[in-house]
Design a protein around this ligand. Sequence first.
Ligand code: LLP
Length: 876
Amino acid sequence: MEQNIIDHHKDPLSPWVVLKFGGTSVSNVNNWSNIVKIIQDRLEEGLKPIIVCSALSGISNTLEKLAEAAKDGGEGPILEQIFSTHINLAHTMGINYESILKESFEQLKRLSHGISLIGSYTPALKARVLAFGEIFSTQLGHAFFINKGLDSHWIDARSLLTTVASINESEGKRYLSASCDYGVDPQFKEKFSNSAVHITQGFIAQNPNKETVLLGRGGSDTSASYIASKLKANRLEIWTDVPGMFTTNPHETASARLLLHMDYDEAQELATSGAKVLHPKSIGPVRLAGVPLHIKWTERPDHPGTIIGKYNGLSSPSVKAVSMKSDIQVISMESISMWQQAGFLSDVFACFKQFGISIDLIATSETNVTVTLDRNSNIIDDQILDRLTIELRKFCSLKSFGSCAAVSLVGKNIRANLHKIAPALSAFEDKQIFLVSQSASDLNFTFVVEENEAHKIIRSLHSQFFSSIDESDETNAFGPQWNEIHINKDTSSNDNTERWWQSKRDKLLNIGQQSTPVYVYDLEHMEQQVRSLKALKSIQRFHYAVKANCHPDILRLFYNLGLHFDCVSSEEIKHLRRVLPDLKGSQILFTPNFASISEYEFALKQDCIVTLDNVHPIERHPQVFSGSKILVRVDSGIAKGHHPHVITSGPKSKFGVSHDELKRLSELASSASAQIIGLHAHVGSGILTPETWGETARFLAEVAASIPTVKILDLGGGLGVVEKPGQSPLNLTAVEKHLKLFHDLQPKYELWMEPGRFLTSEGGVLLAEVTQIKRKNGKNFIGINAGMNSLIRPSLYGAWHHICNLSRIEEITSVTADIVGPICESGDVLGHGRKMPISKEGDICLIANAGAYGHVMASHYNLREPAEEIILQNKV
Ligand code: LLP
């Protein structure tokens, strides 16, 4: 079928191209150099580039915290952090920050000082504070462009974009999530007559009173779209840190496929239903002006990306994507008087209008109307929700559920595809689906479920629709898989580092040929990990989290390298003492959760340091703790981790005491004659954002201010390793930078950490033998003799482990297959949609990153022995 993008919709004479660069794209000098190259290319094409930039990664969040901290006069350290991030970048960009940024720094300082004097801030003031992120990034960018010889002009976005008021908007929305006029404006181009290149800020605009306003989170895309529309530009290019739009979130599902092109309607639907690449508000303006929108990848400018435009002739039913929107509130309203009653809907909807809240989805029956609200885009806080609830109760009885997610199938003529979703819904046999909604446009089918369950259903739906796409698909909409793009990137560009298991392949094959399944551990790699962690000079003590892998040789290695240990059960303590008879009790930290009192008793008798994460044990059994020195685990509310199951902080988590309870625990400790010598917080596991532990330290120090006996802050574990293609390793230098910043300000505290995964994950592999090959309905399966009973992480968390056929490592990977185990569960899949060579029974497969939470979580399910463990003999 002829495929026809209406790129001729664009004005062929328009010389304007608007390029928007997001936070990651402007956060390092390499990316800025790429931006310069991209601009030069556009100039060579004869176009006039307008560059729209976001703030540096993480800066908008930090500015938000700045405003909060300033209320109590605590803005100093956060200002320092913001300034140093920009000064460091200026330095690497070869820019003298004094002449470029100093004045804006001063303005921000004065503004935050103003907030500290008043002790509060309005939405208008918050908008002014947050606007500085984009001001700083564009000031740096402009200076860099000039240094590189570009004819660049800096424009204040507030002189370009003015908001249009809407009567129902709350004050918060008017200042923090405003909308602007974007009709094509023939005069608008005069604002860009100063030079060849113009640079301006995304996210910010002004209202008719000339006050600063924001366009909502992700609003830089919208700014760029407004500008492109007003100019009726040749095209809009949104440059991001991902290759384009995918069939699902590739960070969750690595077999997600790149969408090469989409219609405006589909892209709008996908962006609205949760795809994070584009802000939903950014499509309307370019669509109105008929400007094509290209999503491009800053790291690889040559990559095709996704093109959104008006396509003709492609109307065959096609599911393009499975997406998810989290932080959804479900409100179910029940009225007995609704039956054959006029006006009930109008009454309840008036309540939503009164609070300026827009409703996402609706389902109605005779007596019930259920709606969902997107808490993020609505800026709804608990207070507004409480007030709304009070109003609604005047008309109905009401149930409200938080922490839900909306899972959507997106594509044209979606109804024609519904028969295929049944298998995926079987996961919900005993779980609640709060609401099902099919959009009137037939572009979207959505169900709302508990957020924790959403990932499971997405994986299942994605596999259903995309694991065997017909390559001759007439729409040609589907490009390569995320993992293929990244594996090609790994081999073609910077990351040519050979993994230890590649250089030791012969030894591994030897082991595999003797017996499989088997975990093989390389102590050389684990020792290297310990040494690299010791670069965190601000940490005085590392406790290895024994739960990650308790193999005796690993424990001995870590002991000899000077690590202490963290145990979570009395059995772990006993095991440790058997393996390491010389280990002192004081080198063991006991951090259990909901353990029985006898375990605390045992640990204290062994002289271990005990962490309490509840008041119950010391309230009911004060004598057990009498005379002891303890740590208290506090819930920091910082919720991070590679999967909801491993996020151990936040209101719903069973771990830690809340800040409010700490006072009582402290009183109970002193009446039991126990001393709280430290505070502890472990936020989650598999974290790759380096600021996490600095944030935790700051949180704990704040809490510790009320307990003078606290000398130790234990920042927990959670240090992640690269698991999926496309992730960047945890930057330990940056972790140390954040910790040092904290430690320099608060030197009186000793800092501890409890790493598990970081030390052992990459040093372990699981070897398994190919048992059977199957092809069914166009889908390939490679069966191996290790299943979820040996390695449960893929089934439990959807964890991505690299899998290769070690026997045929140099052969072309020409087959896409699911790698499955022998367990009688459909979830027994170790890898979905993996590129493998043509494999044969008896081949040895390797599953990487299996040294942490592998063997320790194994089971005898189906009475199948899980994989054994072997230490690789490096000397032989
Ligand atoms: N400290 C405490 C209190 C913990 O609960 C944990 C892990 C750690 C330290 C070590 O965290 P790490 O550095 O290894 O991230 N089975 C999951 C991981 C569960 C982690 C439980 N707690 C997985 O396979 O990803």
